[in-house]
Each structure stands twice: as C-alpha cells, then as structure tokens.
Design a protein around this ligand. Structure first.
Ligand code: IMP
Length: 499
C-alpha cells in the first residue's frame, strides 16, 4: 500500500505571520541577517565555515548566475552559484573572474598584440564597447604589457586601417603604471597626479594584471556587507552535476571556488550519494558541497548521511518550472520547508551537527522570504528575483511599452542545448521541465535589495526578532482561508488608474 501524506501540501501565500512584541531594541538597524551556509557543530560553539551576511543566494541557472551577477551579489552580502550547464573550462573561468575581482581593478577584456592592425582595433571596440585596449605580447589579458591604445592614438576613417598597432600605440616606456599590490586609493592618487584616464597595474614581470579607470573612482561604493574570504576575495559557489563531477570539480577547485552544490530537480538519489562521497574522499573533507533538491525527511537524512554540507529544498515551485505538470512530483514549498526543517532540528538534537537548509524556488512576494525563514529555512535561493536586474546575464528587451529581461529554466530545451552541442549530439530533450520566458526589468540589484531587505527587517521587527535564529524560534505563523487572502489585498474600493 502506498504511503499517503495526510497533510495538505501548502505554499507561502497560504500563511501569514502574527506579530510578536516589538521591543525597543527591535529596530531595523539592530537586525542581523547573518546566517550559516554550511554545516557546523552547535554543541562545541563552532561557527559555520561560510556565513552569509544576507540570507540570499542566486539560482544555478544560465539566465541568472554568471560572474557579473556573482560579483554584485557577493558585494551585497549574498552568494551566487555559477551555473553548471556549460563546459567545464568556461564555468571555471567565471569562478576565476569572481575570485580575481577587486573593486575598481578591472581585468582587461580588450587586448591585442603590436602586430594587429587599426582595423582589428576598430572591430574589437565594436564588439566590446570599450575604447581602452591592452597591448600585450600575446594579446591576452595577463600577457607582458607592451603598450596601450585609446581613441586618442588614431583617427578612425582617416588613418590607414592596415597600420600596425605598434606604429600608433602608446608604448610601455611612455606609460605610467602601478605595481600589483597597491590599494585603490594609491592608484587613484597616481591617476590624479599624472592626469591619467587609465592606470595599468603590472606585476614584477611587467605582465598586465588590471586596469584602474579614472571614471571608476567616483562609482566605487561602500559595501559593508561584502562577503569575502580570508584573503579579502569575494566568495562564489558553483553548481555541479552527478555525471561529469570527476572533471568539473577539480577545475572549479583549482579556480578557487568556495562551495559547490549538486544541482538536480530530484536529489534523493544514489548518484548524488556517490558524487558527495567522491568529493569528500578526494579532498579529505576540505571541499564544501551542498546537495538536493529534496522535499521530505527521508531525502534530507539520506543526503546528510552521504556527507552534504547543506541541503536544498524544493521541487516544482520555481516560477519557470513545469516539473509537477510533466512528472507529477513535488510538494508545496511551505510544507516541504516545515517538514525538512523539523528533520534538520531532530538531526541537530541527535548529533550536535546543524545542517543548514535552503528554500529554493517559488518565492514571489518579499514577505514570502520572511515566511520561509520563519518556517526554518536558513537561506533562500531565487532565480526570477535576480533575473530581473541589470547584473543578470540576459538581454534586456522591450515588449509593448515595458522593459523585460529574458529568463529560462534549466530544464528547458534552450538551457540544455549546450550539452547537445558539447557532446556533438542532435537529439532534442525527451521532454522539457522548464519554460522560456520574460520577467519585468527591475533595474539595479543594489536598489532592489535595499527595498526587499528593508521589508524583511521591518517584518522581523513586527515579529520581535532581531536575528534569523530568533525568528525561527519565536515566529507565530497562521494558515489563512482563501477568503481572508482576498481581505488582505485592496478590496471594495475603486482603484485610481495606475500608470
Ligand atoms: P524561482 O526563484 O521561482 O524562479 O525558481 C528558481 C528555481 O527553479 C531554481 O533555483 C531551480 O531550483 C528551479 N529551476 C530552474 N530551472 C528549472 C526548470 O527548468 N524546471 C524546473 N525547475 C527549475
């Protein structure tokens, strides 16, 4: 006889929080959103090896987490998992870009050799949109620096396009450079004193490492929440799968990744167990790796016993997800979190090991974030939320009279194409588990996070909780009827026209 779960599978929109006593210290400035990412021993006062400064991570998706979004999210206190649905080397390169990031120090993306021509310069500028070109011995971003070319070095349309770069570049001996290791304010001082637009930063062998641009001086912002490692490098995660991990994991570790996550819509599998065991054995427990997704205690216990450092929860709730329709598997996200959080607490009680859980997918309203945390999630993974921002890797388009960005599921044909091309196959997916869609464009991540986290903190104040553990312990949560959901929106008034 099959097992029946008698409780209805519920989602966040069916719950509300009941306020607790808001004490005088319970003000937004006093609220800490710090939260553990990986498992730790609660009995001996150990701390998690990685603690997020805000409880948000970005989804392991092509349309969400590349190095650009990862840099911005880490600067704001969260963490991205760079998508794994790409060749190993390009994923490792994205990780490297995040680890090499230094505010104000830019890895040159436009480079040529002295033997290239003016015509190559013009083509490159068209492609990158950047007018400063590093001239290195091999045309790579970190080759030996031989000169730079800017728009002041040639007259487009007048000079012969076949002229070699070495004839018009500013050569190395005429350049002012900075030595690797100087701070941003020292670099800016040199820029100021020498009236420069660009300062190349070189290592002891004259290799180009970064450019510092005059214009970045003003845009350098304070990021008190920045999530960085002990060497002050931004932190970054990466998604892996249970098929090519023997090649992928070493390349990501070599690139400096801080944490991995096995990415699957259904993670309760022997494949994930084998992947976890292989990684833990090969790296002597030194590489951190999360696993999932699961939606119940059995799945949680299985992956924890296999060695997972955190567990990702959620099947079928994602905005672009059609897994439930296609395969009939899944569980309401709120019910899944409540159940797995209970299993996590029981495990912590029994063993002293606290294994953080991540609520993945289906968060729509900002208050859903507080509900998910109150129900026991330690941190939240979102795709749609981040896909809407300037920093996500997808195109911004206009549809009708509104700006949108593209957003597609990892289980869609569009995302899976890389694999077919990569493996030289032509067969299309048997069926899709995700859709290709648009999301409304929402501007800069930082501005949106300010509003979202402001709401999260305001709700925590109402609940009388100044930290996530306090919220998890003391929140009062109620189910709501469908009629009271209607009561919760504007009702029985005639809304003025909205622009
Ligand atoms: P969202 O924040 O509601 O957009 O959900 C994002 C989550 O959906 C991801 O973190 C994945 O867990 C999940 N997801 C991503 N792509 C697919 C897909 O193609 N099918 C099903 N689920 C997906």
């Amino acid at each position: 006889m099959a097992i029946f779960f008698n409780d209805v599978s519920r989602t966040f929109g069916e719950y509300l929080l009941i306020p607790g006593l808001t004490t005088k210290q319970c003000i937004p400035e006093n609220i800490s959103l710090k939260t553990p990412l990986t498992k730790f021993n609660i009995k001996n006062g150990e701390e998690s090896a990685i603690q997020l400064n805000i409880p948000l991570v970005s989804a392991i998706m092509q349309s969400v987490s590349d190095s650009g979004l990862a840099i911005e999210l880490a600067r704001n206190g969260g963490l991205s998992f760079i998508f794994g649905s790409q060749p190993v080397e390009s994923q490792a390169e994205m990780v490297r870009r995040v680890k090499k990031f230094k505010a104000g120090f830019v890895i040159s993306d436009s480079n040529l050799t002295p033997e290239n021509t003016l015509s190559d310069v013009l083509t490159l500028i068209k492609k990158t949109g950047h007018s400063t070109i590093g001239i290195t011995h091999d045309g790579t971003p970190n080759g030996k620096l031989l000169g730079i070319v800017t728009s002041r070095d040639y007259r487009a349309g007048k000079d012969n396009p076949n002229t070699q770069v070495k004839m018009f570049m500013t050569p190395f001996d005429k350049l002012t450079t900075g030595a690797l290791g100087i701070t941003l304010s020292e670099a800016n001082q040199i820029i100021w004193e020498h009236k420069l637009n660009t300062l190349p930063i070189i290592d002891e062998n004259q290799n180009l490492v970064y450019f510092v641009f005059r214009k970045d001086y003003d845009s350098h912002r304070e990021n008190p929440n920045e999530l960085s490692d002990e060497n002050k490098k931004l932190m970054v995660g990466a998604g892996i799968n249970s098929r090519d991990y023997r090649e992928r994991v070493p390349a990501l570790v070599e690139a400096g990744v801080d944490v991995l996550c096995i990415d699957s819509s259904d993670g309760y599998s022997e494949w994930q167990m084998e992947t976890l065991k292989w990684i833990k054995e090969k790296y002597n427990n030194k590489v951190l790796v999360g696993a999932g997704n699961v939606v119940d205690k059995e799945g949680f216990d299985y992956l924890v016993n296999a060695g997972a450092d955190f567990i990702k929860v959620g099947i079928g709730g994602g905005s672009i997800c059609i897994t439930r329709e296609q395969k009939g598997i899944g569980r309401g996200q709120a019910t899944a979190i409540i159940d797995v959080a209970k299993a996590r607490n029981e495990y912590a009680e029994k063993t002293g090991i606290y294994v953080p859980i991540c609520s993945d997918g289906g968060l729509v309203q900002d208050y859903h974030m507080v509900l998910a945390l109150a129900m026991g999630a330690d941190f939240l993974m979102m795709g749609r939320y981040f896909a809407r921002f300037d920093e996500s890797p997808t195109k911004k388009l206009t549809i009708g009279n509104r700006f949108v960005k593209e957003y597609w599921g990892e289980g869609s044909n569009r995302a899976q194409n890389w694999q077919r091309y990569d493996m030289g196959g032509t067969e299309s997916l048997k069926f899709e588990e995700g859709v290709d869609s648009y999301v409304p464009y929402a501007g800069k991540m930082k501005d949106n996070l300010r509003i979202t986290l402001g709401k999260v903190k305001a709700t925590m104040c109402s609940c009388g909780a100044i930290s996530i553990p306090e919220l998890q312990k003391d929140a009062k949560i109620t189910l709501v009827s469908s009629t009271s959901i209607i009561e919760g929106g504007a009702h029985d008034v005639i809304l003025k026209e909205q622009n």
